[in-house]
Design a protein around this ligand. Sequence first.
Ligand SMILES: NC(=O)c1ccc[n+]([C@@H]2O[C@H](COP(=O)([O-])OP(=O)(O)OC[C@H]3O[C@@H](n4cnc5c(N)ncnc54)[C@H](OP(=O)(O)O)[C@@H]3O)[C@@H](O)[C@H]2O)c1
Length: 412
Amino acid sequence: MSVIKVAILGFGTVGEGVYRTIQSHAEELTSVLGRKVEVAAVLIKNKQKTRDIREDVLITTDFAEILNLPQLDVVVEAIVDKEQPFTFLNQAIQSGCHIITANKEMFAHHGNELLELAENYNVSVGYEATVAGGIPIIQTLRQLLNVNRVRHIQGILNGTSNFILTEMREKKQSFADALILAQEKGYAEADPTNDVEGFDAFYKTMILSRIAFGEQPNWKNVERAGITSISRELIETAEKMGLRFKHIASISKTGSQINAEVKPVLVGKSHPFYSIEGVENAVNIHSDIVGSITLQGPGAGMYPTASAVIEDLVYVCQNRSSNKSITKTTAACDGEKKGNEKELWLIQGLSKNYNNPLITWVAQASDKIAIIKATKEEIEKLINLKKATCYFQIIGEYDTEIKNKEVTLAVL
Ligand SMILES: NC(=O)c1ccc[n+]([C@@H]2O[C@H](COP(=O)([O-])OP(=O)(O)OC[C@H]3O[C@@H](n4cnc5c(N)ncnc54)[C@H](OP(=O)(O)O)[C@@H]3O)[C@@H](O)[C@H]2O)c1
């Protein structure tokens, strides 16, 4: 029986998970692919670390040695940073290998070049693990895009941020304490900037945008905010008003314009993300035929991420064109119109006596926190005039009739 030879770049959480899953699910892989899958080589950085890898596997710090193997079919990239992995994958494609990556930062930056190069060399690119870990969002979108027109995608795409927000609400912890716990549990890096400032979710959103709408928006026009401005007081007040903070990425397309934003917002009980807690991720796709679909599951971790990579392994070995559905859908979408309509906002610092005919008071939660209805422009004016200190959009349905023992909402 012929064999599919795989090289794994990186032997950390993801790389090791992929290696182990190829061993543990060898039978299933052979059965679906009609060929045995074998790990031929592993690329690492530090040769001194002890690793539980079979003796017949080449372990090297030199990618050239991997490319020189007599047979190599697939290169799985699970390392960090963006330029070096991009170079490795470029070389792999030019050597005729299919490639699979889990590296969202690299793929958000260089995905287009890799996909085009792969098309020229007639090889496939798998990148399921770059977005929402184990949730098969990319394959689902590809399947859906055969005929459906995607209107709008929303996602909780960063498990670390969701974990911190959940801890702050449930255990009444400060942001700093919740972050330390996330680091102790291995959810957050020593430098958590990518997670808590929204960069990680931003990269994933750009990757989703390319699949759903055929292109990425201009990065400079995308609002990106993390969760660092959310205090425990805001979370508690929001909770009393039937709302929860969630860090949500959102993309839609109107005409030729892609609207994307990645920021903390508030959702009420009827929103599908209200109950997404801890490190879970979720993605909601709204498309014209099927309506609204929500997928929920583990957004990271050794085996959930390995699952995404292994599904890609099957996908690329069946040599599907990674660009096929993308080009077709480019002209087909007509997302939600984003005008200057009034929306609901939770706003902090606005004086109760503040009178402005353009703003509608909806509910007063505490001395300094209220819900108002206004356009985004008006809200930004209030901030510029220092009438308020911060604001968060409420998305989805919000029931202003909510009453709570501790808070009397002045519903106006
Ligand atoms: N962890 C997750 O749950 C998850 C989920 C989805 C996507 N991802 C993405 O997957 C990638 C890997 O994540 P991870 O959590 O597995 O990282 P990790 O645990 O830090 O492991 C990184 C691995 O890459 C190796 N490496 C780093 N730079 C290298 C270089 N220049 N040349 C050769 N090897 C190099 C390291 O080698 P040494 O062992 O020798 O140090 C290590 O084995 C990242 O891009 C990440 O964003 C991770």
